[in-house]
Design a protein around this ligand. Structure first.
Ligand code: PBG
Length: 314
């Protein structure tokens, strides 16, 4: 009876799995703050890609970690950069894999910010051309979807225009539209090596204030008007009210990013014997969908897909 009246269901296809690709050889380095998540070098990607391919999830989101970081994030738009090479590798060996490429400078900058820094300011408009170059370079490498996560104003419009001009008329844009200045990204910043570089400085000047939700609608509206195909709210669980408002207001494909800190909280509490990992994970996912998310980006994606295959019935 409960199955019959159940309003929300999980499918493997709801999920996207983020991966970290490090420049170098023979790397499979655990991310300390994210149990069972690793950085892989390209020659080790086959440790994870077959699992993703067999899981039935929709695809992966790729983050590259270059050896060399600099002020202007040069490696972000180097056609031979680690992310570009990894995308080419994936597309060559797993042509059916949907590849989403994160567009942001912070994995590539020596200061760890998502934009160009001058003194104590982030320069929005000087950042835009670099994001455009990065987007085109990733599309050229074979990315199916470009996902700008930098939160600079006006970037969706200029990236869309640049992609069109360069002939990438089929490349989709998934905009991190309502992205909050959140401490839940802490473990991710360890994973990509930006936390140490950021030091005490804050991303709150370009990411959203957790106190605001009208602002999220404003941001989503702008991104859709500028040409985004789909939008995202991030983090996930603490922001499900925002997901619901965005979905109700715009009816656009709406994704939610269940981020590194949320993942770490589940994994670490489970390892300490405080919670039931499987039940808490599945409940978290169904809550994201109930709130209105069409899809979920999560480091739990492969676990969830496996549990669904085993017949876990929420
Ligand atoms: C890059 C980016 C971040 C995340 C995704 N893309 C971190 C940040 O803004 O500092 C966070 C993902 C996670 O915590 O899992 N801008």
């Amino acid at each position: 009876m409960r199955r019959m009246v159940c309003e929300t269901r999980l499918n493997a296809a709801d999920f996207i799995y983020p991966i970290f690709v490090a420049e170098g050889n023979n790397i499979m380095k655990p991310v300390d703050s994210m149990p069972t998540v690793y950085q892989y070098s390209i020659d080790n990607l086959d440790q994870i890609l077959p699992q993703i391919a067999d899981s039935g999830i929709s695809g992966l989101l790729i983050f590259g970690i270059p050896e060399k970081k600099d002020e202007l994030a040069t490696e972000a738009y180097n056609d031979k950069g680690v992310t570009q090479q990894a995308i080419r590798y994936i597309k060559e060996h797993y042509p059916d894999m949907l590849v989403i490429a994160d567009v942001c400078l912070c994995e590539y900058t020596s200061h760890g910010h998502c934009g160009v820094v001058k003194g104590d300011k982030i320069l929005n408009d000087s950042t835009l051309p670099l994001l455009c170059k990065m987007a085109v370079s990733l599309a050229k490498a074979g990315a199916d979807i470009i996902a700008p996560s930098d939160m600079m104003d006006g970037r969706i419009g200029v990236i869309r225009k640049m992609l069109e001009e360069e002939g990438f008329i089929h490349t989709r844009i998934m905009a991190y539209s309502a992205k909050y200045a959140s401490a839940f990204y802490g473990p991710f910043r360890d994973a990509v090596g930006s936390s140490g570089n950021l030091g005490k400085s804050t991303k709150a000047v370009y990411q959203q204030d957790p106190a605001n939700s009208d602002e999220a609608l404003w941001e989503v509206g702008l991104d859709l008007a500028e040409g985004a195909d789909m939008v995202m709210v991030k983090p996930g669980m603490p922001y499900l009210d925002v997901v619901r408002r965005v979905k109700d207001e715009f009816k656009a494909p709406t994704f939610v990013y269940h981020v590194s800190g949320e993942y770490a909280m589940i994994k670490c509490a489970a390892a300490a014997g405080c919670i039931d990992e499987k039940k808490i994970t599945m409940e978290s996912m169904i809550c994201c969908k109930r709130a209105g998310a069409d899809g979920i980006l999560t480091y739990c994606a492969l676990d969830v897909a496996r549990w669904l295959k085993e017949g876990y019935n929420y």
